[in-house]
Design a protein around this ligand. Structure first.
Ligand code: NAD
Length: 479
């Protein structure tokens, strides 16, 4: 993998774009690369190629075992090229090199996991009550998949879609976000090197309103796998309405982290800080709502303040950097407006709330903690997708649970306590797709992931994800 010329990958070819756009380096605010904007015609070509590959040719004829081997090879190539992919993601999104390297280190595992599962996804024989009839159930690939991902963690968010989709025998058109598409366009080279037949995997980038809209409303698309924000998700659902494409949605969150007085406070403080400030808070599972037992609130907030103020903010390339810039200037402006509104409405700024001194270039914003009296403030209710933690005190376990669930979102949650029974009660009661107890942000290809409520529909990861890319065909045979 060597190229830095970014092109769309359609029907097994890297194609020259009709138009391009600049990609901005968020650490300088300056353009650093030219990206291909897929046109409507490019989208159509990609979907038609995926549809042809699904129906005939080498991909359609391939056994599940052979598909699995290709996926394992792709996983190995991702691992072998992790350094370059990490650098591209850092440059294009501002995510610090330590974090891009750490995340890409396990992306290959997802391809290998689904590669291993490809020929273990079995059908069924149904013993119906008719002696002259046999019924079998064949899991068949659902069809052409439109995978649409946001700019953050995109190699990972693509792997949880491409892995099960390709294992199931589907073909895919993957749309990288217009904000930071470099790592996925480079990843296309690895798809080509792994030897996937033309049309099985197509990777493009372009803008949501035209290219994304066309892709998710294309009549030949049978399945949409989307990760992004809830307002885009509503548009995607409208796009799919005409063709009734089966759709899964991985959306945002306002994840609560509940810290009880009996927790190991040192370890809880480290987890809370990493839970919100990793990736500059631009993570769907960011633990952005701290619920802390009132008896330890002042002590705990003082610990968090010390840790937040010690975070080294700076150049994403520097291995010593602990927090980088936000990905876009509009994202920083939105966060500034919500923080200002929340403080004006009575939130107490514990730390941050401003652009860091000496960081005039780039979209930097200081780690911020706001203490709120209740959940009415905008910073408590809205997903900021930035380094802003809202903290609220509670007096009882019942109140902690009620506060945790007082949100339309339900993606992730954290519970810190040394009381095992309390941990189980909270895990049962929290309305979220993931509950991390005395830890935060652990992931594995083996484990399902997804949200409740406005955080989404469907699950990615684990065995069942393959089922979501198949449909059952029942075959009745009179014998
Ligand atoms: P976004 O919703 O703005 O964009 C996501 C993708 O949708 C992009 O590729 C964009 O081009 C495309 N898009 C936009 N409009 C479209 C349209 N009309 N039709 C089709 N496609 C369209 O999200 P973002 O700002 O890039 O990412 C941040 C959001 O993603 C946050 O809400 C975050 O929580 C969420 N997210 C969720 C998860 C998860 O797994 N649950 C993971 C990461 C990010």
């Amino acid at each position: 993998m060597s190229s830095t010329a970014f092109r769309n990958y359609i029907d097994g070819q890297f194609s020259e774009p009709a138009s391009t756009f600049d990609s901005i380096d968020p650490s300088t605010g300056l353009p650093w690369a030219t990206m291909p904007a897929a046109s409507i015609a490019d989208v159509d070509r990609a979907v038609e190629a995926a549809h042809r590959a699904l129906r005939s040719g080498p991909w359609a004829a391939m056994t599940a075992t052979a598909r699995g081997k290709l996926l394992v090879k792709l996983g190995d190539l991702v691992a072998a090229n992790a350094g370059r992919l990490a650098e591209l993601e850092m440059r294009d999104t501002g995510k610090i090199i330590r974090e891009t390297r750490a995340q890409i280190a396990y992306v290959g595992d997802y391809y290998r996991y689904y590669g291993g599962l490809a020929d273990k996804h079995e059908g069924a024989f149904i013993p119906i009550d008719k002696p002259d009839m046999e019924v079998t159930v064949r899991p068949e690939p659902i069809g052409v998949v439109a995978a649409v991902v946001p700019w953050n963690s995109q190699l990972f968010l693509s792997a949880v879609k491409l892995g099960p989709a390709l294992a199931a025998g589907c073909t895919v058109v993957l749309k990288a976000s217009e904000d930071g598409p470099a790592p996925l366009l480079a990843f296309a080279e690895l798809v080509s090197e792994a030897g996937f037949p033309a049309g099985a995997v197509n990777i493009i980038t372009g803008f949501g309103h035209d290219c994304g809209h066309r892709l998710t409303s294309h009549p030949l698309v049978a399945r949409v796998a989307f990760t992004g924000g809830p307002s885009t998700a509503r548009r995607i659902v409208a796009n799919t309405a005409e063709n009734l494409a089966y759709t899964t949605l991985e959306l945002g969150g306002k994840s609560p982290v509940v810290v009880f007085a009996d927790a190991d406070l040192d370890s809880a403080a480290n987890a809370v800080v990493a839970g919100i400030f990793a990736a500059t808070g631009q993570s769907c599972v960011a633990g952005s709502r701290l619920l802390v037992e009132r008896s330890i609130k002042d002590d705990f907030l003082a610990r968090l303040k010390r840790k937040a103020e010690a975070i080294v903010i700076g150049d994403p390339q520097d291995p010593a950097t602990e927090m980088g810039p936000l990905a876009t200037s509009r994202q920083r402006e939105r966060i500034e407006a919500i923080v200002a509104e929340s403080v004006a409405a009575g939130g107490r700024l514990v730390t941050g709330g401003a652009r860091p001194v000496g960081k005039a270039d780039g979209y930097y914003y200081a780690p911020t903690i706001i203490e709120a009296q209740d959940q009415a403030l905008a910073c408590v209710r809205e997903e900021l997708f930035g380094p802003v933690l809202s903290a609220i005190a509670f007096d009882s376990e019942a109140e902690a649970l009620a506060l945790a669930n007082d949100t339309p979102f339900g993606l992730a949650s954290g519970v810190f306590t040394s009381n095992l029974a309390k941990a189980h009660r909270m895990a049962r009661g929290v309305h979220a797709g993931v509950v991390w107890v005395n830890t935060y942000r652990a992931v594995s290809p083996l484990v399902p992931f997804g949200g409740y409520g406005l955080s989404g529909l469907g699950r990615e990861g684990g065995l069942d994800a393959i089922r979501d890319y198949t449909r059952s065909k029942s075959v009745w045979i009179r014998t």
